[in-house]
Design a protein around this ligand. Structure first.
Ligand SMILES: [Zn+2]
Length: 250
């Protein structure tokens, strides 16, 4: 893959340079000094400034990057390597098989409802409503588009969740994440204007990514073995920490 991409390096670089030039012209035509300032205005960002972003970057550099380096060093030591190859980053350092917290989509759903019940019974009731309304399409099947998301439906207030579960810990994490978005959809249904329910991702992902962390104490619904439970929690936390130090996140 890397080789194929490298074959077009200069074309891609040129494309990117042209893109930056065009965007700069666009911003200047609209009376802004640069594209960043234009984009802040265009996206309606009034609750934080570019300075807030710089401060956030500094905080990540100061507090998160050393932690990520420690996590990566531990992984290298376990693998007996001094430098990562591209294929090393997503594997278990001890060479263990992937975690398998559930078999079927129904089992994943029942477990997630049980987990939500322990956090707040109302959260569980939202998922039950979605199940009753057939608003859940959870399992992977041939021909199904990839991806996972919660999609709000403004008329009823009950969203739907689409995903491609095959039994992995990543799927469980996705179910809980989308469940967090779903709770957000239900709880904002009464807002007067539909536009108020279209949140920027900083707000939307607060509900979903917090849910991943809030639910961790109850993951024993999915794991009997303490070792697997510890591993699932550790991988979740390491992933959450590491994503802050990456220059892009989903
Ligand atoms: Zn999300």
């Amino acid at each position: 893959m890397a080789k194929r991409r490298c074959a077009d390096i200069s074309t891609l670089d040129e494309l990117f340079n042209t893109l930056i030039q065009k965007r700069t012209v666009l911003a200047k035509n609209a009376g802004f000094e640069n594209y960043r300032d234009y984009k802040f205005k265009q996206m309606g960002r009034f609750d934080y400034t570019k300075e807030s972003c710089f401060e956030f970057h500094e905080a990540v550099e100061q507090h998160i990057v050393p932690l990520v380096k420690k996590i990566q060093q531990q992984k290298l030591d376990t693998m007996g390597k001094t430098i990562f190859s591209p294929w090393d980053t997503a594997v278990n350092a001890e060479g263990k098989a992937p975690l398998k917290p559930f078999q079927s989509g129904q089992e994943m759903l029942n477990g997630t409802i049980a987990v939500f019940e322990k956090i707040n019974p109302e959260f569980a009731s939202f998922l039950k409503t979605m199940e009753k309304m057939k608003h859940l399409d959870l399992e992977s099947k041939p021909g199904k588009a990839p991806g996972g998301y919660n999609y709000p439906l403004y008329e009823t207030g009950a969203p739907f969740i689409f995903m491609n579960a095959v039994g992995s810990q990543g799927d469980l994490s996705t179910m809980i994440h989308e469940g967090g978005h779903a709770i957000h959809s239900f709880l904002t249904h009464d807002l007067e204007l539909t536009a108020f329910k279209s949140f920027p991702s900083e707000i939307a992902e607060l509900a979903s990514m917090s849910m991943e962390l809030l639910s961790m104490d109850y993951w024993n619904e999915f794991y009997d073995e303490t070792d697997d439970l510890q591993r699932a929690k550790k991988e979740q936390l390491q992933g959450t920490i590491t994503i802050l130090a990456l220059d892009r996140a989903n």
